[in-house]
Design a protein around this ligand. Structure first.
Ligand code: ASP
Length: 330
């Protein structure tokens, strides 16, 4: 029987960083290559291709486009699955964006590390091994894009980095991880939901600008007065609770929608998501919906931003934007 093959693509991050012994901090280096060449999973051949070696806050859609094209080419040429190693800071964003375009049944698994490649207790080798296990796991087929960290597998739409320091940095709120990575397969912990808001086709090399504006008490969103009418294709507001903004911001929300801006409202509250019917006072979800805004549901603002950008790049109008976000509604 021909061996299983996994393509490992890398974009950098701590998993490829070296910690300076004099204490001046971790930066991209070559130590991480040993972690890739050292991957041993029974019966699996691994090919590595470096796409970039940068900190993940600097990842751009063009990097993800290249990784997506390489991942599609690898599975079309017979790979069982693909692993993409990535810095952990923005890993959930890349996973979320790739999930919109990944159109193959083979697993596309993102992983990273919290400790530099030469640091004591470096977690990169174990995470890479687990990601390769997930990439060949029969139970992972047709689940779309997964994130594997600390022996757990998460769905791309739910996962978030919850700690900037711990090895167990990632979690899926409010469901918990999708699976435990076991030796021979993924052990699913709950039945996966169907995949949401798929776009397919080419991942755009550039995405339209969609700012994110967080509104706290006493904030009337006056900053928006500086935006010329019609200049913004989209805006994400971060509200509180079930997706609420100060009543005093509502005239500006109405003016933006009237000028053709797609306004999406997320919540800063990490569990529970936005509602579309619970409250009807000025600035609440019922008022925002009446003003023409769309509620982000379970998506945090940074994922809502990416979904809106990807939809706008695909030419989506208000009805399609509302339908895509409805996939994440509670
Ligand atoms: N702290 C980051 C990491 O874990 C750095 C990055 O995201 O590139 O990889």
């Amino acid at each position: 029987m021909s061996p299983l093959r996994v393509a490992v693509l890398s974009l950098g991050g701590t998993i490829f960083m070296s910690q300076d012994p004099a204490g001046s901090g971790a930066a991209p280096g070559t130590d991480g290559h040993a972690a890739v060449t050292g991957i041993v999973v029974d019966g699996v051949a691994v090919d590595h291709h470096e796409v970039a070696n940068i900190g993940s806050p600097s990842i751009r859609p063009a990097h993800l486009r290249e990784a997506l094209d390489l991942a599609r080419a690898a599975v079309d040429a017979g790979a069982t699955g693909v692993v993409l190693s990535h810095g952990t800071d923005t890993l959930e964003e890349s996973a979320f964006l790739l999930e919109r375009y990944w159109d193959r049944p083979q697993p596309l698994v993102l992983t990273g590390a919290m400790r530099a490649a030469n640091a004591p207790g470096a977690d990169g080798p174990a995470n890479l091994r687990d990601a390769v296990r997930a990439a060949v796991a029969p139970a992972a087929r047709a689940l779309g894009v997964l994130v594997v960290m600390d022996a757990q597998a998460h769905g791309a739409d739910r996962v978030s980095k919850l700690s900037s320091r711990s090895i167990g940095a990632f979690g899926s709120e409010p469901s918990g991880p999708l699976a435990v990575v076991a030796e021979r397969d993924l052990h699913l912990l709950h039945r996966p939901l169907g995949r949401a808001a798929l776009i397919g086709g080419d991942l755009p090399r550039e995405l339209p600008a969609v700012p994110v504006l967080a509104l706290g008490i006493g904030d009337d969103a006056a900053l928006l007065d500086a935006v010329p009418a019609g200049a913004l294709a989209g805006l994400v507001l971060v509200g509180s609770g079930m997706g609420h903004v100060p009543a005093s911001a509502m005239d500006r929300v109405r003016a933006l929608v009237a000028a053709g801006t797609a306004v999406v409202v997320a919540t800063r509250t990490p569990r529970g998501g936005t509602s579309d019917r619970h409250y009807s006072y000025p600035g609440s979800e019922v008022d925002l919906l009446a003003a023409g805004a769309t509620m982000a549901g379970l998506l945090p603002a940074h994922k809502a931003r990416l979904l809106l950008q990807a939809l706008l790049a695909d030419g989506a109008g208000p009805a399609r934007i509302r339908a895509a976000f409805a996939d994440f509604a509670v």
